[in-house]
Design a binder for this molecule. Sequence first.
Ligand code: ATP
Ligand code: MG
Length: 275
Amino acid sequence: DIKSLSDLEKLSVIGHGNGGTVYKVRNRKSSSVYALKVLRFDQNATIIRHQAACEAEILKRVDSQFVVKCLAVFDTIEGDLCFVMEHMESGSLYDELRVRRNLPEHAVSGIAARVLRGLQYLHGMHIVHGDIKPSNLLINGKGNVKIADFGVSKIVVGARNACDMCMGTCAYMSPERVDPERWNGDKADGFAGDVWSLGVVLLECFVGHYPLIGLGETPDWAALMCAICFGERPEMPETASLDFRSFVRRCLEKDWRNRGTVDELLDHPFVNRSF
Ligand code: ATP
Ligand code: MG
């Protein structure tokens, strides 16, 4: 029912990401509320821009209760790309963790179950998310978590703030993505990378801080890369259940060929018990 950008009225700025800004908007006619993500592109970034437009087409076909819905995509004369999305009232898991610091195990299990279902759907459509991290897991008014921003984040690589983006995004990247050389031509398809990122996120939710490097350390790119590729597997706290520990261990398996798959993990007791 949204035919052009002029159907929408901007209400407020929700936040800024690496490639652009997200607004809360309202449909002037129906008064339904949406989130509008505006991505800026350099004049000369035509290839990236074209890629973005292609991914936008895929985005519109994605329809799952575990993935934030994209309802429409528009171009502007300035060359921006605008994504009209389902508005997620309660913000992101990143915001939630800033407020509550950490989450109890039953909440983490619920998040795991929903993100796995979302990944099962996307992977089934041959889509690798590629950027699972707390700010891309959004929460609606009912408290349900959904996956946001797949593709979109890949698109903006090289657009702006490449460095900041790297720190934010690379923290959740799997060893095979950080260091692809190491696999002697045994090329990862990317799906296992999403599982790794999920493991890092879940661990962070439980311990209350980014789990792969020490609390006091200033995370520069080299320290992150070392921790991801060569660091010890982080110790799960004693307070975590055996199921939780075994689940995270399957996600954070360094060798992607041995890592748990989405289907395997959906059968894991950690996501299949009632608390
Ligand atoms: P990145 O650019 O790497 O994705 P990011 O996720 O922090 O980083 P954006 O995706 O641009 O940046 O999001 C900016 C802010 O807007 C975030 O705080 C995010 O939680 C919020 N946001 C994004 N999409 C929605 C949405 N559909 N509903 C509500 N809030 C949203
Ligand atoms: Mg995002």
